[in-house]
Design a protein around this ligand. Structure first.
Ligand code: ASP
Length: 322
């Protein structure tokens, strides 16, 4: 854990050593550029040799209190491809001390006796900060409820940069559950640091939270809202589609009303530009038809792969080996 003022300062890749990764507000375009350079190197290493021994004898504790496939698997794969090992506490949380009523700080303080870095997913907003305050070792936020998912935002931005070059000048539309979708909250905050146009497409009850919208307006970002994908699909460089977050609804009737509000089909994609990408943090439910997957603009599985490279870069950085 790093003292507050330092934790808020933008992180260069080399000075991420020993630090927590809790929010995208820790990063600026220069530090992101540095992290993406390391990510490019990690990708080249994996493609050439499958991995490296940079983090030999280092141990990651992966503590997932909420379901996860991509984030947990990609952190585990990232650590293993760097030569390190993992204590996975994932599907078994209900069998561990956590289910005996142990507090989060106690669990974290115990795990850091065994591990060099802790990755945490938790249903409560702010829990990653609580864990980081308890730990002397770096804590990486892998999603705190409807709050943030910073490593996802980094891999999303990396994917956009990889596919389209520069971020500046792009028109990016976010579609679906903008209210509860933490990946949208984190990615939006990152994009606010660039010269982009943002359009938010959602039904009324799933609109972007007011505080996130106000931050964007204060940052001078050109923002629009609509509920109709057809209004914008022909004009965007990135269409970022999200799942309706069923687990965050208190009223399941409301979920039923909006769950199939958007379905991206080949027909809709016919109106999109040739040089654009269709993204999704996954898992997908019904919001992108499987018949779209063969479209070369469908970037969501590449996006998942990039997650492993970005997480390799971040693990190397926080463990002082970048
Ligand atoms: N996998 C992403 C997350 O954990 C997106 C989602 O679950 O819809 O937030």
């Amino acid at each position: 854990m790093i003292p507050e003022p330092l934790a808020r300062a933008p992180a260069r890749a080399h000075d991420l050593a020993g630090r927590d990764i809790l929010s995208v507000s820790q990063f600026d375009p220069a530090s992101l550029g540095a992290i993406f350079e390391i990510t490019d190197e990690m990708r080249a290493i994996v493609q050439r040799d499958g991995g490296t021994d940079l983090l030999t004898r280092r141990v990651l504790a992966a503590l997932f209190y909420e379901p996860s496939t991509r984030t947990s698997a990609s952190f585990i794969a990232a650590m293993q491809r760097l030569g390190g090992s993992v204590i996975p506490i994932t599907q078994g949380v209900q069998f561990s001390s956590v289910s005996k009523g142990e507090s989060l700080p106690d669990t974290i303080r115990t795990l850091e006796q065994y591990a060099d870095v802790i990755v945490l997913r938790h249903p409560v907003v702010g829990s990653a900060k609580i864990a980081a305050d308890a730990a002397a070792k770096p804590v990486i936020n892998a999603g705190d409820g409807a709050g943030e998912h910073p490593t996802q935002a980094l891999l999303d931005l990396y994917t956009i940069r990889d596919a389209l070059g520069a971020i500046d000048g792009l028109h990016i539309a976010m579609v679906g559950d903008l209210r509860f979708g933490r990946t949208v909250h984190s990615l939006t905050k990152l994009l606010a640091q660039y010269d982009v146009r943002l359009t938010f497409v959602s039904p009324e009850i799933l609109r972007l939270p007011l505080n996130v919208m106000n931050d964007l307006r204060d940052a001078g970002v050109d923002v629009r809202e609509t509920y109709n994908v057809a209004d914008i699909v022909g004009d965007v460089d990135v269409l970022y589609v999200t799942r309706v977050q069923k687990e965050r609804f208190t009223d399941l009737q409301q979920y039923e009303e909006v769950k199939d509000f958007y379905v991206i089909t080949p027909d809709i994609m016919r109106s999109a530009r040739r040089e654009m990408i269709l993204m999704h943090p996954l898992p997908r439910v019904t919001e992108i038809a499987e018949s779209v997957d063969a479209d070369p603009r469908a970037a969501y599985f590449r996006q998942a792969r990039n997650g492993m490279f970005v997480r390799m870069a971040l693990l190397a950085a926080v463990l002082g080996k970048a």
